[in-house]
Design a protein around this ligand. Structure first.
Ligand code: SRM
Ligand code: SF4
Length: 576
């Protein structure tokens, strides 16, 4: 890939290269249009590849074939991942069917539900990008600002129970998502044939300015009764408080984020800390004020130190609050006391509260695909076509179909079964709650497999659980191909985090409610050793757990020293 020569001024600029690229891009235009029309190149130059992220497009290559191609002297097989923006994961039936159709027309024939409640396409070729993004926009959806240094897809509890509480949460998610969308005309110009805006120095971004934010900025919503979003892992967590159905306002918590680098203590996972309470009508302004604090003070020199979490940890909450108040021009109350977080299980059939039903269908690793006898993608397309349900994508990479009548239940279930789709009741809890990121072959940062080994790893753990009568235990295992934490592995009971080919760091002791992070017990466990290493812990848990404590709570209570003693006999020196 070509890297533009740096200007003399850039040599003395302490900011990261990405800052220069954003600033020079004329509000995200760069030379993307020229790159798109250059039929001789199957990829974009490095600067445009960086800018494309803000348009929701990631330049990738097929890592499965890269070595062989290199040996043959052929360049990598470049292709693109494209991510949608779907606030709170809500889609209409028509939008779902459009998205499904695009997978064949433009992608690799699969749709992937992400851990932030949206869809990704993989395997899109450069020549198909314009068609795909145009079609997505025609379906009243967008890919704009789903990657890069901006406010990302806003998460909200997927629970489709019909109540003023969930209506309010979804309304807030949609409003925030729209409010913090970049204002530049670049996206419309490039992908939906908008009218080009001349570069006359006009600032198209009143909030973000020419260099946007120092880093990605994630917002999630929850209530104490429903933390399906793992809300405290976001840069900014909005915890809405209700008195019955009356929205009282929200506690804002700041500085969550999971990405870290193995063995680099300066990088770490962190849960958001409560900052302030804000009334309903002032919520958007308070959030904007926090974004401005990060915009102005986040580290623009070192991208590994640029998330809001480092600012919060280093400057302290009092400083963040006073800067937020300065931007908002008012003071805020301290956060209000909250009940303990809970996380509902949304899979299977459940009443919606208005006489209708919703069905939660498990989607392993979020991959909606036809694989052998399991024709999940076909089944879901037929289901949506026939029953016209509402569709909700969940933070656990599953899918909910809403607004179904009692009479729909039997034929709908029969349709899924005819296509070999496993329903919630066919799976053990450990299989239902397991998550994995895409990792190989698409993710350029993957050190190991994740999605492709999820099933064998969970099967191995389930075997050991069953041996100790724990097969009905709700344990969440989260697997990632590197320590960036895309499947939130530090927030579950068991985190398996790619270390180097075939080996994983074992993290234990997070909790289901998302209020405690796990810690690293073992540094390098080979994939095939994972069930064997967990065995003594599961045995001890079955024998000595206190009351109904969860596996994560048990591990946290024992602490790493005690856990290490328990696993000592099953270790080889390489694992420690
Ligand atoms: Fe992520 C980068 C996939 C949720 C932390 N993430 C990536 C990239 C784009 C790789 C890259 O930069 O080249 C991955 C694309 C892989 C592929 O082939 O599709 C990728 N992240 C994903 C998804 C698809 C994983 C999934 O299993 O669904 C999730 C898409 C969410 C979305 O719809 O927007 C996804 N990523 C997350 C989460 C979880 C969350 O947000 O709830 C995290 C941890 C929370 C956080 O942000 O701290 C996460 N992704 C990262 C990081 C580490 C950021 C950091 O602060 O260090 C990176 C690397 C980076 O940004 O430099 C990353
Ligand atoms: Fe890629 Fe790492 Fe994220 Fe997995 S956790 S998708 S390997 S960046």
């Amino acid at each position: 890939m070509t890297l533009l020569p740096r200007s003399p001024a850039a040599k003395t600029d302490p900011r990261s290269e990405v800052e220069r690229i954003k600033e020079a891009s004329h509000f995200l235009r760069g030379t993307i249009v020229a790159g798109l029309t250059d039929a001789d190149q199957v990829q974009f130059g490095e600067d445009d590849a960086n800018l494309l992220k803000l348009h929701g497009v990631y330049q990738q290559y097929d890592r499965d074939t890269a070595t062989e191609r290199k040996q043959k002297g052929i360049d990598r097989d470049f292709q693109f991942m494209t991510r949608l923006r779907i606030a709170g994961g809500r889609l209409t039936a028509a939008q779902y069917l459009s998205c499904d159709g695009f997978a064949d027309r433009f992608g690799n024939g699969t749709l992937r539900i992400t851990t932030r409640q949206t869809f990704q396409y993989h395997g899109v070729l450069k020549g198909a990008l314009k068609g795909l993004l145009g079609a997505i926009n025609a379906a009243t959806l967008t890919t704009f600002a789903t990657c890069g240094d901006v406010v990302r897809n806003v998460m909200a509890p997927p629970t489709p129970v019909r109540s003023p509480v969930y209506d309010t949460l979804n309304q807030i998610a949609r409003t925030l998502s729209a409010r913090f969308l970049p204002q530049t005309g670049a996206y419309a110009e490039i992908w939906v044939d908008g009218v080009p805006v001349p570069d006359d120095g006009h600032n198209e971004e009143p909030l973000y300015d020419a260099t946007y934010l120092p880093r990605k900025f994630k917002i999630g919503l929850a209530t104490p009764d429903d933390n399906s979003t793992d809300v405290l892992t976001n840069d900014l967590a909005v915890i809405a408080l209700f008195d019955g159905n009356r929205f009282l306002g929200a506690n804002l918590a700041v500085g969550g984020g999971l990405g870290l680098t193995h063995n680099k203590a300066k990088t770490y996972a962190r849960l958001a800390s409560p900052l302030l309470f804000v009334e309903p009508e002032a919520l958007g302004d308070a959030i904007e004020a926090v974004i401005k604090v990060q915009r102005d003070h986040g580290d623009r020199r070192d991208r590994k130190h640029a998330r809001l979490k480092y600012l919060v940890a280093e400057k302290g909450l009092a400083w963040i609050k006073s800067e937020t108040e300065r931007h908002a021009g008012r003071s805020y109350d301290a956060p209000r006391p909250m009940a303990r977080f809970r996380v509902p299980d949304l899979l299977g059939w459940q009443a919606q509260g208005d006489g209708r039903w919703f069905l939660g269908v498990p989607v392993p690793s979020g991959r909606i695909a036809n694989q052998g006898e399991r024709r999940l993608r076909t089944a879901l397309r037929l289901l949506v076509n026939q029953f016209q349900p509402g569709v909700v994508l969940t933070p656990t990479q599953d899918i909910l179909f809403t607004d179904l009548a009692e009479a729909d239940r039997a034929p709908l279930e029969a349709l899924l079964r005819e296509h070999g789709v496993a329903l919630a009741q066919d799976l053990a809890p450990v299989q239902r709650w397991g998550m994995a990121c895409p990792a190989l072959p698409t993710c350029g940062l993957a050190l190991t497999e994740a999605e492709r080994v999820r099933e064998p790893i969970l099967d191995g753990i389930l075997e050991r659980l069953t041996a100790h009568g724990l097969e009905h235990e709700a344990i969440s295992v989260r697997i990632t191909g590197c320590p960036n934490g895309c499947a939130r592995p530090y927030a579950g009971d068991i985190g398996l985090i790619g270390r180097m080919a075939g080996t994983y760091a074992l993290y234990l002791g997070g909790n289901f409610e998302g209020t405690r992070l796990s810690t690293c017990l073992l540094d390098k466990v080979a994939e095939h050793d994972i069930p064997r290493v967990l065995e003594p812990l599961l045995r001890d848990f079955a024998e000595h757990r206190q009351g109904i404590e969860s596996f994560g709570d048990y591990c946290s209570r024992l602490g790493n020293r005690h856990l290490a003693e328990l696993v000592a006999d099953s270790l080889s020196p390489a694992m420690i």
